[in-house]
Design a protein around this ligand. Structure first.
Ligand code: LMR
Length: 396
């Protein structure tokens, strides 16, 4: 039976890591997948995570199943991060949160919820967007549309084009926004632009959905929620997919959350009952460990302070690499202006390198970059900077 099956193409991001691992060159550099590396190119377990795990080892009394949406403590901790601890969305019980297996699991829950409960609406994705967005929403049977996001000339957001494209969306359509640190461009709307986008969604009756995978990597945990909170103040209904892979370094624990905000507590409870049904038929109920770690850290004042400090260190190191990258490229005689890299947020930058250049970097220098030209700045270190910039200088 299986002889009819043809091979699937490799994943553009995770497939690249598989290739990287097989590469035997000692000087190889992986700037593909978005994983934070320290100066020694390690992805360490955060000290606050280790402390929370030690506490959990003592406290844990059972490995019994969690409820379908995970624990209420986790749900509340997630909502406080998203909307702010004093948000009326929380006190009015307009939000409900399901722990999900990673950010991708949260997106898939959202996609299934949209398809089964909201019908044949379109999901508007930014162009460009994270390579897996199309796959996740299409897998749920949803139609995809795109709105312009990036201007290759100015290396900035093409905000007017985004608004013009979204003006073509029909009432009920879903607009996917990146909460901060837009993946792959690293370019986020400013406060005035968030306002305009929120107004457009209200005016055209579009359903905003946030993919929030990098909270804390642009300016800070609270600061990075600015766009979401602008929307939360204006829109009665919202969907949010959170990921704690990067900001807690819990990549392989698969800790995410799907949060639904409705007009009132009753509608929220009813809509959420459908989310529970969806989770039950996909993975039944979530794994406990990673979410327990996140809950422990967020609910303990000292651990939370230390976590924000560790997050700030990751953010600052990436920013330092941005500056060093631009400077080293110049020193290597690259005349093209790369200063836009310093203005972008989070782990990624859209380098402008074309497919040919990306291929040559891999083949000739062992430098791995996603085919779109997206670079994970989080993978740069002081020691790989020179070979990296020499390689780039040679291909452009
Ligand atoms: C990325 O964009 O590199 C990360 O979100 C990892 C992934 O799953 O693609």
């Amino acid at each position: 039976m299986f002889e009819k099956i043809t091979a699937a193409p490799a994943d553009p991001i995770l497939g690249l890591t598989e290739e990287f691992k097989k590469d035997t060159r000692a000087e190889k550099i992986n700037l593909g997948v978005g994983i934070y590396k320290d100066e020694s190119s390690n992805t360490p377990v955060l000290a606050t995570v280790k402390k929370a795990e030690a506490i959990l080892l003592e406290k844990e009394t059972t490995k019994s199943y969690l409820a379908i949406p995970g624990t209420p403590e986790y749900g509340l901790a997630v909502q406080r991060l998203l909307f702010g601890a004093d948000s009326s969305i929380i006190s009015d019980k307009r939000a409900q949160t399901a722990q999900a297996p990673g950010g991708t699991g949260a997106l898939r829950l959202a996609a299934e919820f949209i398809k089964r409960q909201l019908g044949d609406v379109k999901v508007w994705l930014s162009n460009p967007t994270w390579a897996n967005h199309k796959g996740v929403f299409s897998a749920a049977g949803l139609e995809i549309a795109e709105y312009t996001y990036y201007d290759a000339e100015t290396k900035d957001m093409d905000f007017d084009a985004a608004i013009a494209d979204l003006a073509n969306a029909a009432p009920g359509d879903v607009v996917l926004l990146h909460g901060c640190c837009h993946n792959p461009t690293g370019i986020d709307p400013d406060a005035a632009q968030w306002q305009k986008l929120a107004e457009l969604c209200v005016e055209k009756q579009l359903l905003p959905m946030f993919d929030f995978a990098y909270q804390g990597f642009a300016n800070g945990v609270e600061e990075d929620a600015q766009g979401l909170r602008i929307f939360a103040a204006k829109c009665e209904e919202l969907l949010i997919a959170s990921s704690f892979s990067k900001n807690f370094g819990l990549y392989n624990e698969r800790v995410g959350a799907f949060t639904l905000v409705a007009k009132d507590a009753e509608q929220s409870t009813t809509a959420f009952s459908q989310v529970k049904t969806i989770a039950r038929v996909i993975y039944s109920n979530p794994p406990a460990h990673g979410a327990a770690v996140v809950t422990e850290i967020l609910n303990d004042d000292a651990l939370r302070t230390d976590w924000e400090q560790e997050l700030a260190e990751m953010r600052d190191r990436i920013q330092e690499m941005r500056v060093l990258f631009v400077q080293t490229l110049k020193e290597q005689g690259v005349e093209a202006d790369f200063s836009f890299i310093e203005r972008q947020n989070g782990m990624f930058s859209f380098s402008g390198l074309n497919k040919d250049q990306v291929n040559r970097l891999k083949e000739e220098f062992g430098i791995y970059i996603v085919g779109s030209g997206r670079i994970s700045v989080a993978g740069m270190t002081k020691s790989n900077m020179l070979p990296l910039c020499k390689g780039i200088a040679a291909v452009i």
